[in-house]
Design a protein around this ligand. Structure first.
Ligand code: PYC
Length: 314
């Protein structure tokens, strides 16, 4: 199986070029669902140890249903499919350019939650025009065991997020273990208390937000992804969800630049325009680098060929 590895603002993407399962026809949402239902060991074998680690996001190239799209992509991490993925879209565009398969300029990419725009500005920099994002509920209080009440907003940015400024520790690498443990407990409490996204959708990302630590940043975040890995980048879909909340509060006007810092200090530059359904269309600009062009081997005799994993979403 040939893969191209990259990182976007520190967050890794593994683009699968060949050797993936045949997902048949249907919408990308149907094919993404089929990927995890019928080919789970493929997902864990490609992403989990010993070939990978929990933070890697897979990007499986599939034929798009819309002939106007350059490619279709299904994003997934070791515990399940993602709707959209900002960092992996930037990584995919940069990796396809590295292979000579995508020219600089504007393209469309089909994802399970809709078509996004990609403007490949240079060999390493791309701007993603995301699906429409919106705040679903504001000032939601969740009772978290050993933490007390935590207040936050629920927003859609291509995945579901609970965003809160009730961070348990400074958003720095020195506090990763504490941030992760608290965010996992918060996500579990959301599920146990029936607090969901629209139509009962599970909230699988938790985003702590705090003031920036650099002079150019506007805010810093820590984002827990499905499973227990945190996003090394500022999380493209999480940053879009943040912009939807800022727009809903009247705290950021369309077209104004927002610099979002991640917990490792990497940044995305964002702006938004109004969407047709009352939300925002965020543009997420970031930088990616190709780190490997690899052939993965799967030896039938290898007891760990399907990866080492016990993790469920929680
Ligand atoms: O960049 O949208 C993102 C993302 C989601 C999960 C990991 N990265």
């Amino acid at each position: 199986m040939r893969v191209i590895d990259s990182h976007t603002a520190g967050e890794p993407t593994r683009l699968i070029l060949s050797g993936g399962p045949d997902l048949g026809s249907g919408s990308l949402a149907e094919r993404a669902e089929r990927l995890f239902r019928e080919h789970r060991s493929f997902c864990t074998s490609v992403l989990s140890e010993p070939r990978g680690h929990d933070a890697i996001v897979g990007a499986l190239l599939v034929p798009p249903t819309d002939p106007g799209c350059a490619v279709g992509v299904i994003y997934f991490n070791p515990v399940g499919p993602l709707g959209m993925c900002g960092h992996a879209t930037i990584g995919t565009a940069v990796s396809l350019h590295h292979l000579g398969r995508l020219d600089r300029g504007r393209h469309h990419i089909e994802t399970p939650v809709g078509t996004v725009g990609v403007h490949l500005q240079s060999a390493n920099r791309a701007a993603v025009e995301n699906v429409e994002s919106y705040r679903y509920r504001a000032n939601v209080v969740v009772e978290v065991p050993d933490q007390g009440p935590v207040t936050g907003d629920i927003a859609w940015g291509g995945n579901w997020f609970f965003l809160t400024s009730d961070a348990p520790a400074p958003l720095t690498l020195a506090h990763i273990d504490q941030l992760t443990a608290r965010a996992v407990a918060l996500r579990l409490a959301l599920a146990e208390q029936g607090i969901t996204g629209r139509d009962g959708a599970m909230i699988d990302h938790v985003e702590y937000v705090a003031p920036p630590l650099t002079s150019e940043g506007h805010a810093r975040n820590f984002v827990l992804c499905p499973g227990t890995a945190y996003d090394r980048s500022p999380c493209g879909t999480g940053s879009a969800a943040k912009l939807a909340c800022l727009a809903a509060d009247g705290d950021l006007a369309p077209g104004v630049t927002w610099i979002q810092e991640s917990v490792i200090g990497s940044t995305y530059s964002l702006q938004y325009r109004r969407g047709s359904s009352g939300g925002v269309i965020a543009t997420i600009t970031g930088t990616a680098f190709v780190t490997g062009d690899t052939v993965l081997n799967f030896d039938p005799a290898d007891p760990y060929r399907a990866g080492i994993t016990t993790q469920e979403v929680f």
